[in-house]
Design a protein around this ligand. Structure first.
Ligand code: HEC
Ligand SMILES: [Cu+2]
Length: 464
């Protein structure tokens, strides 16, 4: 073999290796961020090196559901409230593309609290309808950050729904968990009162005085309840990424029936407290909470400023399935009657004024449903099924269906003493509820027209 030729091959190989190594050093990997809609969290980033991450986000103004029967013109990132969740890794370079849909009436931009730089990107991303902007930033600080629109009037853009979360995953990763969810609290200020039906306009006056009609998780009343609940199995570790879009209120975030094993307060990455019941989340801030679910049941996510929860909407559910463990939680073991004021029927003052003077059968039943849900369901349960031995059922109740006049009298005066309903004995007290004749007529009509009952209507006249 020609030694000179051999040498040439050797040199070529060295040059080739040098070239390959050199080109690898200079070139960073580029990927597109996978954005997710609440309550989903983008997948964990597995790579252990920095990359260039492209985020494509669109602002669009859409009419959507704020509560049952209530609509609102939301200004959004990605067509939803909150906007999509973004996940990048500490040290990544984020190339942000913001497109403003041509149908928008407003210019929009984005201020990401994860940005080190002027306005969090606001001016660099200001985009008029039908245009697109691009800017880049280096994700220097790991943590969980709010992003929001910061176009003037800033408060109004936020109040209309323009916020979401970006998680900058730390190089020293957080401990692994089994389930991750994305939850953002925020308030809405509408011209009409809470529950007033139809398309509701934004109320600047209420926003300035900070008295919202709705306080919600993930953009609407009931976004995370019943079949839309988030879920976990007994034994799983759950992590919630919680943000507060505001625009005004501070959240006292609490999960009824659980204790946070760890919290990363204010969205930092230090697990800085153990065994926390309620964590404070400032407007324009966040928190990460970790807990293991040990027993089955429905955990309730709330803002523990509790009237917001039961009267304005900040209520979500986490359904936990699995085998019960009576060593941890027994469930109800006994129910006995406790009557500190003696057996005399107690008075319970209620105030549920029907919205409109009921006329048609439909309106009467709708009013009845409202009365039922706010007064009766606490004892007789949501589907009228009652609680065996304590609160008799109204669904298919032989006692109720046998005598309309007697049922009216029960609602007018209350009821105590032994009765038998569907073969089961009850000896308890139903308080006098102080309902108006109209409420008695509508709620009884509703009950008679539900759950396989006889379908009677009760008139206000009969309830006199
Ligand atoms: C605080 C709990 C409570 C509330 C609220 C309540 N009830 Fe009752 N109700 C009872 C109890 C307890 C009895 C059984 C009393 C007894 O044992 O004598 C009863 C009995 C009845 C009965 C007769 C038994 C049957 O099952 O048919 C009717 C009808 C009834 N309630 C309707 C209503 C309606 C309608 C409302 C709402 C407007 C209402 N109740 C609200 C506790 C309640
Ligand atoms: Cu905006």
């Amino acid at each position: 073999m020609n030694p000179f030729k051999r040498n040439r091959i050797g040199i070529s190989i060295v040059i080739l290796i040098f070239f390959v190594v050199f080109s690898m050093c200079g070139k960073e990997t580029t990927e597109e961020a996978k954005l997710t809609y609440a309550p989903q969290v983008p997948p964990h980033i597995e790579r252990d090196y920095e990359a260039k991450v492209i985020v494509n986000m669109e602002t669009v103004e859409v009419v959507g559901r704020l509560a049952d029967g209530v609509e609102y013109t939301f200004w959004t990132f990605g067509g939803s409230v909150p906007g999509p969740m973004i996940r990048v890794r500490e040290g990544d370079t984020v190339e942000f593309h913001l497109k403003n849909h041509p149908t928008s009436k407003m210019p929009h931009n984005i201020d990401l609290h994860a940005v080190t730089g002027q306005g969090g990107g606001a001016a660099a991303s200001l985009t008029i309808p039908g245009h697109a902007s691009k800017f880049s930033f280096r994700a220097l600080n790991p943590g969980l950050y709010i992003y929001h629109c910061a176009t003037s009037p800033v408060g109004m853009h936020i109040a209309n729904g323009m916020y979401g979360l970006i998680f900058v995953q730390p190089k020293d990763d957080l401990p692994k968990v089994d389930k991750e969810y994305y939850v953002v609290q925020s308030e809405f200020y509408t011209k009409g009162k809470n529950g007033e039906p139809g398309l509701q306009a934004f109320s600047m006056e209420k926003a300035i005085t900070e008295i919202p009609d709705y306080v919600v998780f993930n953009g609407s009343v009931g976004s995370m309840v019943e079949d839309r609940s988030i879920t976990a199995k007994v034994g799983e570790k759950v992590r919630l990424y919680v943000g507060n879009g505001g625009p005004n209120l501070v959240s006292s975030f609490h999960v009824i029936g659980e204790i946070f094993d760890f919290i990363y307060a204010e969205g930092g990455i230090l697990p800085n407290q153990k065994n926390v019941q309620t964590t404070l989340i400032p407007a324009g801030g966040s928190a990460i909470v970790d807990f293991t679910v040990d027993v089955p049941g429905t955990l309730i996510l709330v803002d523990h400023s509790i009237f917001r929860t039961f009267n304005k909407g900040s209520l979500g559910m986490l359904k936990v399935e699995g085998v019960a463990n009576s060593n941890i939680y027994s469930g109800k073991e006994e129910d006995t009657v406790y009557l500190p004021e003696g057996p005399a029927i107690q008075r319970m003052v209620t105030e549920v004024k029907p919205k409109v003077a009921a006329k048609t059968k439909e309106e009467i039943l709708a009013n009845g449903e409202r009365v039922y849900k706010s007064v009766c369901s606490a004892c007789h349960m949501k589907e009228g099924q009652g609680v065996t031995g304590v609160f008799p059922p109204l669904a298919k109740s032989d006692y109720l269906n046998a005598d309309k006049q007697r049922a009216i009298q029960i609602l007018k005066k209350g009821l105590s003493g032994p009765i038998t309903v569907n073969g089961q004995k009850y000896n308890n007290v139903m308080p006098h509820l102080e309902l108006t004749n109209e409420e008695i007529a509508s709620v009884l009509s509703y009950v008679y027209n539900q759950w396989g009952n006889k379908g009677y209507m009760v008139s206000e006249q009969e309830a006199k």
